[in-house]
Design a protein around this ligand. Structure first.
Ligand SMILES: [Zn+2]
Ligand SMILES: [Zn+2]
Length: 394
């Protein structure tokens, strides 16, 4: 016996019993047929021998409640022989090998095969139907929804990373009906999709082509008395606040994904993801260029001209001292290594320090005297000489 037999063959028909036959009825039908077609009573009759094999095979499955359930589920799922050979396929062959799909144990013949497919199919359908829980709710687990939300961080929080409370509203199971959608909390398993929530799309294709079941809207359950709170959907809007860790180094406009922080899954399914759009406030002093921070530092004319040491503030750390070389022009940018934004690997970018020569708006008498002395000392130096030369030349 092979797995495709399992899906193609109608064991109920073989034993001549209805689909809802009791165990006793199946036993009785089998005994009667087995006596009739037993090889001892039909020596040399190959047709009877074939029939006897079929009957034994059918009894192996239908006579075992566990195997019978698997068989019923398989046939419901695959549509009672809906897997016909494809247009190009030879008679009886499939577009794909179900035996391979269900594991090598499904191959083989006779008694051994009967034991084998039980294990193989059990693995596959056990996963599909969440079997063994209650026996009636054979509904697939479902992944929770992804949730989009946004957060505004201070400049420093974005650089250092922050744990922020996020208020989120999402679809959660309705409390009134425990997510069943049924007022009595006792919905019916959808007969169309037998609780899977999915129906095969067309025939002859692979069984991965499925559509949400039109009768239960993909829920796998049908509410006879729809819950008034959720109108039978089984879902309700819930809002919750959770603490979310935003990693260091995010920048304005970035969208970060937090795995498994979205809406909770249903029936044991995994949670969805949370997508957070980040807005970052500006800082009065610091700016940002990728991993680097920027700052503009005023220096006096004498500091720029004579050189000197300038203290520069850093974000969230002690000030650093930068050596200004003599003759530093206005607008020169210098680098304080490792004082920038946090990178993904935990290292930091640099702080880019731009020098801005400041001009005093008021002068003390002493300073004025000194500057006038400077003017006298530099008489005849024209900083615009080159400018006019260049303007003429072009
Ligand atoms: Zn359905
Ligand atoms: Zn409800």
């Amino acid at each position: 016996m092979s797995t495709k037999d399992f899906i193609e063959k109608d064991y109920y028909k073989v034993l001549g019993v209805p689909k809802d036959a009791t165990e006793a009825e199946i036993k009785k039908a089998y005994r009667k047929l087995a006596r009739e077609f037993h090889p001892d009573a039909n020596k040399g009759n190959t047709k009877a021998e074939e029939r006897f094999k079929e009957i034994s095979e059918a009894n192996d499955v239908l006579g075992d409640p566990k195997k019978r359930k698997e068989y019923d589920e398989a046939r419901a799922l695959f549509g009672n022989g809906g897997f016909r050979p494809g247009p190009g396929g030879a008679g009886g062959s499939f577009n794909f090998d179900l035996g391979d799909l269900f594991g090598g144990g499904a191959q083989g013949g006779g008694q051994q095969g009967a034991g084998g497919f039980g294990g193989g199919l059990g693995d596959v359908f056990g996963g599909l139907f969440n079997r063994g829980s209650s026996g009636t709710t054979r509904v697939q687990p479902r992944r929770g929804q992804d949730i989009d939300t946004e957060v505004t961080l201070s400049f420093t929080e974005a650089i250092e990373g922050a744990t922020v409370p996020l208020r989120m509203s999402s679809q959660a199971p309705c409390k009134a009906c425990s997510g069943t959608g049924d007022a009595n909390g006792n919905p019916r398993v959808c007969p169309t999709c037998v609780g899977t929530g999915q129906v095969a799309r067309g025939s002859g294709g692979g069984f991965s082509l499925t559509d949400p079941c039109p009768d239960c809207k993909g829920r796998g359950l049908i509410a006879e008395n729809p819950c008034e709170i959720c109108k039978g959907s089984g879902r309700a809007k819930s809002s919750r606040t959770m603490q979310v860790r935003i990693p260091a180094g995010v920048s304005d406009g970035q969208r970060i994904r937090l795995r498994g922080k979205g809406a909770p899954g249903e029936r044991g399914g995994p949670a969805g993801d949370l997508y957070v759009s980040v807005h970052v406030d500006t800082h009065p002093v610091f700016g940002r260029k990728g991993d680097n921070l920027t700052v503009t530092v005023p220096v006096t004319f004498s500091e720029a001209a004579l050189g000197g040491e300038v203290r520069v503030p850093t974000l969230g750390g002690p000030a650093v001292t930068l050596k200004l070389p003599p003759g530093t022009p206005n607008g020169r940018t210098m680098r304080a290594r490792g004082k920038g934004a946090v990178r993904k690997d935990g290292t930091r970018g640099d702080l880019l320090v731009t020098v801005e020569v400041s001009v005093p708006t008021e002068l003390s008498g002493k300073a004025r005297d000194a500057l006038e002395a400077y003017r006298e000392a530099t008489v005849g130096e024209d900083p615009r000489a080159e400018l006019f030369q260049a303007a003429k030349g072009a």
